[in-house]
Design a protein around this ligand. Structure first.
Ligand code: PGA
Length: 246
């Protein structure tokens, strides 16, 4: 794992978007698994800009959504599906055959997990995974205590996730379960970018990077990834031992 600190959120987003665009140029059939949320929003916008302006052929990529709130319809503006439609699929005009998102309304959520796992296997694994970090150290809906070998699964949400998650919704929304790609998939991904910005993430970044590697704190899994990059801004890195930065 490498930790790279940027001046601000814009600079780290420029870096992340360029890294993904370059990876698509080098491997047009790239499988990309991405988180939604406040942190990666600018990276998504810049990725669309880069791919369009540089006329990169992205017609063969496969896009996987990292997670979804169980029970939310896709038209709910706080859903991950809504985020990706507006930020990636519509601007890039991706074909429906190029992406897979968990259907959070499915009666059989386990079948959704199996579909995701089968697709990841069919593609030969995830090439790039871009994730954020929650205020409890979660990655996707891999909540504290999730096994590092987990595959796609449905998770009961942690209290912190339910509370912090309200920021995505215009009105109070009942959040109980999430469906998510697992930490085993993250460990097996060729490359992982974990993004964090702002002083509110300083504590969780310190725990992820310098704390013990433990399933109690899911983001500490990054320390085990040989091609993992923690991309932070100065505020998120403010509590770190500066000698650990690349
Ligand atoms: P955020 O979400 O990017 O909106 O802060 C991070 C997360 O909970 O994974």
């Amino acid at each position: 794992m490498k930790v790279i600190c940027f001046k601000n959120h814009t600079e780290l987003s420029v870096f992340a978007a360029s890294a993904i665009a370059l990876a698509i140029k080098n491997k047009p059939s790239l499988t990309l698994c991405m988180a939604s949320g406040e942190t990666p929003a600018l990276t998504c916008d810049l990725l669309v800009k880069n791919l369009t302006e540089e006329q990169v052929d992205y017609s063969k990529i496969t896009f996987l959504g990292l997670d979804e709130w169980v029970g939310l319809p896709p038209e709910n503006e706080g859903s991950c599906q809504y985020f990706f439609r507006k930020k990636i699929f519509e601007p890039l005009q991706l074909k429906a055959s190029q992406y897979f998102l968990f259907n959070a309304l499915a009666e059989d959520l386990n079948a959704e997990c199996l579909k995701m796992d089968a697709l990841i296997a069919e593609k030969g694994g995830i090439d790039i995974m871009l994730v954020g970090i929650g205020m409890n150290g979660h990655i996707g809906f891999n909540e504290p205590g999730t096994s590092f070998t987990s595959i796609s699964h449905v998770a009961a949400l942690d209290e912190i996730t339910k509370t912090v998650g309200q920021k995505y919704f215009t009105q109070q929304t009942a959040l109980t379960r999430g469906i998510t790609v697992g930490l085993g998939h993250l460990l097996n991904a060729n490359k992982v970018l974990l993004l964090a910005n702002g002083s509110k993430k300083a504590g969780v970044i310190k725990a992820a990077v310098e704390g013990p590697v433990t399933e109690i704190f899911p983001a500490s899994i990054m320390q085990q990834h040989t091609n993992g990059f923690v991309l932070i801004d100065e505020e998120a890195g403010s509590l770190l031992d500066k000698s650990k930065l690349s």
